[in-house]
Design a protein around this ligand. Structure first.
Ligand SMILES: *Cc1c(COP(=O)(O)O)cnc(C)c1O
Length: 434
């Protein structure tokens, strides 16, 4: 399987190159040149397969140029070492709990896959590989944990000062080893712009093998397909199934759309907070990025969703087709809190603010009727957003042990203005040291 850039379909690269580069040199995002269709028989027998067996069948064509057979199977076992249960909320709605990994975020899935994929490629890069990532909170910790102690890889994480929760900050800034956290005096969009600029700066890319672990990296994106198949396998539903995906950069949703294209018979809805560029695009036909606005579902405070390019590419740039396939709803903080309260009161299910956005969007869509089922993606453990959850539900939320341990450690981060030259000097300096 070769990969092309969404900005230039003619130039194709290997899986290895797509993973190491992250973003294509022309600024586009990598897409697989073909999306293989799975056999009906595979879909029918999904219920009898383990998540590791599903993962192998779904991923093998995409990885096989560089990683195949028993090596891919070992990678899958190592990366997917936690449960992803489908938990009922009401009779016809479920939460797919993606937060049972080491940082209690769905991003653990993609980050663990990417770290293990990249470490198999690091040996052939004599400069060592630099993973440069902008985060609004959850990516940073998942990436840092996923790569911690992996040979030949240096991780640099940019996060907005005062823009992430205390827990998120601790998870990124207390690891040491090959992980460096940079606290940027600016917003998440500033961080993301700095990272994008670094990838297109010839002075940097000549000196350093730079890669991104943001959701733009194909090695993070593709494995996220697995849990849509796995959820479908667990649901045993007769009627239609609709996944509602709480979205920021739209990587999670894009993976779902790829799964659908491979043959998974399901529908999708996108849920956003008031950073509503995508829902607006459906209504107005124009994609108008804006500065991100802060909300209580802050991992989705994205004003310019990077995977939009991939979605357009998947649908041949047809607004009509995108409208038909991906209804989208924007949800305010007040609505998010309201649904958290209702679901707790009536169903005793504790939603985190991101899962709550999805649940509210699912309700707005009116899709769960007449035996049809809705599955929301629960992308973070409620304890990661403890303050909001405790203030909203007025009950204490217990921190899992893995979190209490890192809360006690000392923060270590490098302060920086949102200025590209500062970042460039810093990165080149890191190279001198290593
Ligand atoms: C990153 C994140 C999202 C958004 O995922 P995208 O793939 O960027 O759309 C949603 N919820 C949580 C908790 C996240 O960390």
């Amino acid at each position: 399987m070769r990969y092309y850039s969404t900005s230039n379909n003619a130039q194709k690269v290997s899986f290895r190159d797509a993973v190491i580069r992250g973003l294509a040199h022309d600024g586009g995002l990598y897409m697989p040149e073909v999306i293989p269709t799975l056999e009906d028989n595979f879909i029918r027998k999904l219920g009898s397969l383990s998540i590791h067996e599903i993962a192998y069948e779904v991923l093998k064509e995409y990885f096989k140029e560089n990683i195949e057979g028993s090596e891919l199977k070992a990678l899958i076992r190592d990366a997917l070492n936690f449960d992803i249960p489908l938990v009922p909320i009401t009779e016809n709605s479920y939460a797919l709990e993606l937060f049972h990994g080491p940082t209690l975020s769905f991003k653990d899935v993609g980050a663990r896959f990417m770290a293990r994929t990249l470490s198999r490629f690091a040996g052939s890069e004599d400069k060592g590989i630099y993973v440069l990532t902008a985060t609004s909170g959850d990516t940073g910790s998942a990436v840092a944990h996923g790569f911690l102690g992996v040979d030949g890889i240096h991780v640099v994480i940019l996060y907005p000062k005062n823009g992430v929760s205390e827990i998120q900050e601790k998870q990124m800034t207390t690891l040491g080893k090959n992980i460096t956290a940079v606290e940027v005096n600016g917003t998440f969009d500033d961080c993301q712009a700095l990272v994008k600029k670094a990838f297109s700066d010839p002075g940097l890319t000549k000196e350093l093998a730079l890669t991104s672990a943001n959701s733009i990296n194909i090695a993070r994106l593709l494995p996220q397909m697995i849990y849509y198949f796995h959820a479908f396998a667990q649901s045993k539903a007769k009627g239609e199934i609709t996944f509602c995906v709480p979205s920021g950069n739209f990587g999670n949703l894009t993976a779902g759309l790829l799964a659908k294209k491979m043959g998974l018979p399901v529908n999708f809805i996108a849920g956003t907070n008031i950073n509503d560029v995508f829902p607006k695009y459906l209504v107005e036909g124009e994609f108008a990025p804006h500065a991100s606005k802060r909300t209580i579902s802050n991992a989705m405070d994205v004003g310019n969703p990077s995977n939009f390019q991939r979605i357009q590419d998947l649908y041949g740039h047809s607004l009509e087709k995108i409208r038909k396939d991906i209804p989208a709803y924007s949800v305010t903080d007040a609505e998010t809190k309201e649904i958290m309260k209702t679901v707790w009161k009536e169903n005793k299910y504790m939603l985190d603010p991101h899962g709550a956005v999805a649940y509210a969007a699912l309700q707005k869509s009116g899709k769960i009727r007449n035996g049809n089922r809705g599955i929301i993606l629960e992308t973070a453990h409620p304890a990661k957003f403890r303050e909001v959850v405790e203030n909203t539900l007025e009950i204490p939320v217990r921190l899992p042990e893995s979190l209490t341990a890192c809360m006690k450690k000392e923060k270590s981060a490098i302060g920086m203005n949102a200025d590209f030259n500062s970042l460039k000097d810093f990165l080149l300096g890191q190279k001198q040291l290593s």
